[in-house]
Design a binder for this molecule. Structure first.
Ligand code: SF4
Length: 380
């Protein structure tokens, strides 16, 4: 493990965000980085617990204590080798994972100062790219061909692993470029698209073929493959079927987010298709991460004001006894976008959209009380 007493002497230090007044003028990544020395000090805080709850909480089963130790010792290459043994693309998770590992860290329980696991992860993979530890390796082919349908995070991961095992992989996607929600859902201020392009260049060099802009019909799959791996995701939005939904000016989150990302790539849209919040009062319905992404996007587009409403009650700040450690805590979360200027209201349901001349002008909301249903005990 790192320094056995570091967690007693060194406090958690986050790299933080660029200043609000600066970052809302562009779509560049908001998160900053620590210098190498401070990053290693942060890694030294890991206690290498007997039972690493961070590992338990991580959706890709990362071996956090092992790579924190390598990072602390300054062995970045070893740290990347351990990290990449479980995580195909740490440059994505290191930026946009909500980091359940940190909520389960023992230092979260004891001092509310968990190890900066996610940031350390991003630092390791960035060093690996910078120092050339990541190299394109073309595997020995096994003579089989696999078509992976869908080039989002699941499809990319499946393609990467199959390719490493020697299958000749072709990735199909209806979008013009690979990445799925990474490219067309996550705003650039959280994940710059050159981070995706950098990894795609390696996947291509390792022999994965990309067929982008191709609609694949599941009834008529592309011919010539030994197997097909379907990784198409779930793109159907959940509608809000209330009166007035037909008014102009009501959009699904993905329409806004994907269009903005495409504009940043240089695409243009006709005026009647363009969604832009400049000079508008924006209401975001839904208090989750996607709603937060719409807030940051609207602010950068020049919205006059942004309000976010949520049907659930405001969660407590800091600690919630209903979701004790090491569970994911249901507590108040303030994202970088919230910090940029947004009014937040809770316990509101939307009854109907109001409009004039076919355009939305407001939403009629009603305060609701959240009453959990009583537990039903089924007799044996
Ligand atoms: S940030 Fe996410 S992917 Fe990375 S170690 Fe934590 S839980 Fe796992």
């Amino acid at each position: 493990m790192g320094d056995p007493k570091a967690f007693l002497k060194i406090h958690r230090q986050e790299a933080g965000y660029r200043p609000v007044h600066e970052r809302i003028t562009d779509f560049g990544e908001v998160e900053q980085t620590l210098n190498t020395n401070d990053r290693r000090l942060q890694a030294s805080r890991c206690m290498d617990c007997g039972i690493p709850f961070c590992h338990w909480a991580c959706p890709v089963s990362n071996k956090q204590p092992e790579w924190q130790d390598a990072l602390y010792r300054g062995n970045w290459k070893e740290a990347y080798e351990i990290l990449s043994s479980t995580c195909d693309f740490p440059e994505f998770t290191g930026r946009i994972c909500p980091a359940p590992c940190e909520k389960s860290c023992v230092l979260k329980l004891s001092s509310d100062e968990p190890v900066t696991i996610r940031e350390n992860e991003a630092a390791i993979v960035e060093a690996a790219f910078r120092e050339g530890y990541i190299k394109a390796v073309t595997p020995k082919r096994n003579g089989k061909k696999v078509a992976v349908i869908g080039a989002g995070p699941a499809g990319l991961t499946a393609a990467n692993r199959l390719n490493k095992k020697g299958y000749l992989v072709t990735l199909f996607d209806k979008a013009e470029a690979p990445g799925g929600l990474l490219r067309f859902g996550i705003p650039n201020f959280k994940l710059n698209k050159n981070i995706i392009d950098r990894r795609m260049a390696f996947l291509k060099a390792e022999g994965i073929q990309f067929e982008m802009g191709v609609e694949v019909n599941l009834q008529n799959l592309p011919a010539g493959f030994d197997a097909y791996c379907i990784c198409v995701g779930a793109e159907t939005p959940r509608d809000l079927s209330v009166p007035g939904r037909e008014f102009k000016g009501i959009h699904f989150a993905m329409e806004i987010l994907s269009q903005q990302n495409r504009i940043l790539e240089g695409q243009t849209f006709p005026k009647d298709k363009l969604i832009n919040a400049k000079g508008k009062k924006v209401l975001v319905i839904g208090g989750g991460d996607t709603g937060s992404d719409c807030i940051g996007t609207s602010i950068r587009q020049g919205a006059l004001s942004v309000t976010q409403i949520e049907i659930l009650p405001q969660p407590p700040a800091g600690h919630n006894s209903a979701t004790p450690w090491p569970q994911w805590p249901n507590v108040l979360k303030t994202s970088s976008s919230h910090e940029e200027g947004c009014l937040r209201r809770w316990s509101l349901t939307s009854n109907q959209f109001l409009g004039k001349n076919g355009k939305v002008t407001g939403v009629e909301v009603e305060e609701v009380e959240w009453i959990p249903s009583e537990m039903v005990v089924v007799p044996p």
